[in-house]
Design a protein. Structure first.
Length: 349
């Protein structure tokens, strides 16, 4: 159809389809680096295929997880430091999958923005690909949505979707009993929960994101608080293969207080020794700067323990050695008890 007038275009309305196509081409190499056994096709189709038999499963049960990164995203947007927020997105999903006993297989992302900035979007999705590669999950698809009027031009939002699998009958938790040992795996910082409180504390402190972090002066405050969530998948899969792991608890929103009970059978509890690890400097600063009580810290943040591994007492030494050898910092933080609920002894600070 032709005419003398130039009509309104989608680009005039604020949506640049060509930029979206350019983004796909930019991220294809990163996605290709995440290919694993079972991957069938690359990016670009209407749907993504995955072959469970080719991935090595005989009688698989699928496990799924979805999550975001909360208001940590606000710091990434405000600082322009977007290279690692994608790792957080992957970690929040795949760390949950492995808690069910599942091996992460593939990942899809949702990136929504007011105006597509190719460099920023590429940085975010390259971070997602890095997280996928580190956890053995293939980045097989996603959605990039440019939505003027829904988001400010400089804003964006993220969501992630992960699917894993395990052989039937291998689901966690199982066989948790009194006397089981709690091995705490160290976190790499705040991870991706509690950032509404973190940002409130930063506001009260009067510090800006580009000033040195009081708890890590070699970095800016923004850089330090954007330290990505630790990926625990590969070491934990290795521990599951050797046996003796009864449960796994990813310590996210709700801290130890709320997350550990999720894997405990009715009638059992846990006793945690707060003196068994040293509170990392970032949490000591947050608590001191805003006079946050220990109980509030324990139910808001991970306080230095990002994953709890509930293990048979007879296998605790061997599993601790295995996890240490795989690069984890392991703390013996307590045990399962016959008293319901989570109890603490010692002092957090």
């Amino acid at each position: 159809m032709t005419g003398g007038k130039t009509g309104l275009t989608y680009a005039d309305a604020g949506v640049d389809i060509d930029a979206g196509n350019d983004l796909i081409e930019r991220i294809k190499p990163a996605a290709a680096r995440t290919r694993r056994a079972g991957t069938v096709d690359g990016l670009g189709g209407f749907g993504a295929l995955f072959d469970l038999r080719a991935a090595g499963f005989d009688d698989p049960v699928l496990v799924s997880a979805t999550d975001g990164v909360g208001t940590k995203l606000r710091i990434a947007i405000d600082t322009g430091l977007c290279d690692t927020i994608g790792i957080d997105l992957v970690a929040m999903c795949v760390n949950d999958l492995v808690c069910q006993g599942a091996e992460p297989l593939f990942f899809l992302d949702y990136f929504a923005t007011g105006k597509l900035d190719l460099d920023r979007a590429s940085a975010v999705i390259n971070g997602i690909a890095a997280g996928c590669a580190a956890s053995g999950a293939a980045l097989i698809g996603g959605e990039t949505a440019e939505m003027p009027g829904m988001y400010a031009s400089d804003d964006f939002d993220l969501a992630g979707f992960a699917v894993g699998a395990m052989e039937r009958g291998r689901a966690l938790p199982r066989d948790v009993g009194a006397g089981d040992v709690l091995l705490g795996l160290a976190s790499d910082g705040v991870h991706s929960n509690g950032y509404s409180l973190v940002r409130r504390v930063v506001g009260m402190s009067g510090l800006s994101w580009d000033q040195p972090a009081p708890f890590a002066p070699e970095m800016s405050l923004g850089q330090a608080l954007l330290t990505p969530t630790r990926l625990y998948v590969r070491p934990l899969l290795a521990a599951l293969r050797v046996g003796g792991v009864h449960a796994l608890a990813h310590i996210t929103g709700g801290g130890l207080t709320e997350n550990l009970p999720r894997v405990l059978p009715e009638g059992l509890g846990a006793l945690i020794d707060l003196d068994s690890w040293t509170l990392p400097p970032v949490f000591a600063w947050l608590a001191g700067a805003a006079d946050i009580a220990p109980d509030e810290m324990l139910k808001t943040f991970n306080t230095g323990i990002g994953m709890v591994v509930v293990v048979d007492a007879a296998r605790a030494d061997a599993l601790s050695d295995l996890l240490t050898g795989a690069g984890e910092t392991v703390h013996w933080i307590g045990e399962i008890t016959e008293t319901q609920g989570v109890a603490y002894r010692g002092s957090l600070m």
